[in-house]
Design a protein around this ligand. Sequence first.
Ligand SMILES: [Cu+2]
Length: 126
Amino acid sequence: MKNIVLIVTLLALMLTFAGCAQKNVEADNVAVELEKSTLIATEIPVQGACGMCKGRIEEAAKTVEGVEVAVWDQETDMLTIETTKGTDVMMVHKAVSTVGHDTDKMKADDEVYTALPGCCKYRDME
Ligand SMILES: [Cu+2]
């Protein structure tokens, strides 16, 4: 009889632990979801002209640590980035202007701009 009580107690304990483990996994999942949802969206006006520009701008933006998503819209000349908390957005302005694209806060060097392919000469279009 004592043995049965012991076994039942042990089973109950095991179930309790299993339940806790399950809850922890759920808590972890919630944490991951929160992490994703706490990405901060920022819009940066970036000058460009064509599909090549799009690739260049997005690639440059993604080199900045904390930039998870970077999408440049050719129609609106708007770069939308999604970054983790604490990301220095000015670093994105810098990265994008370094490869030849003016932002609303940082102008690309004339030398770099001049070296862009003809189809990317956005300044001439204005
Ligand atoms: Cu281009």
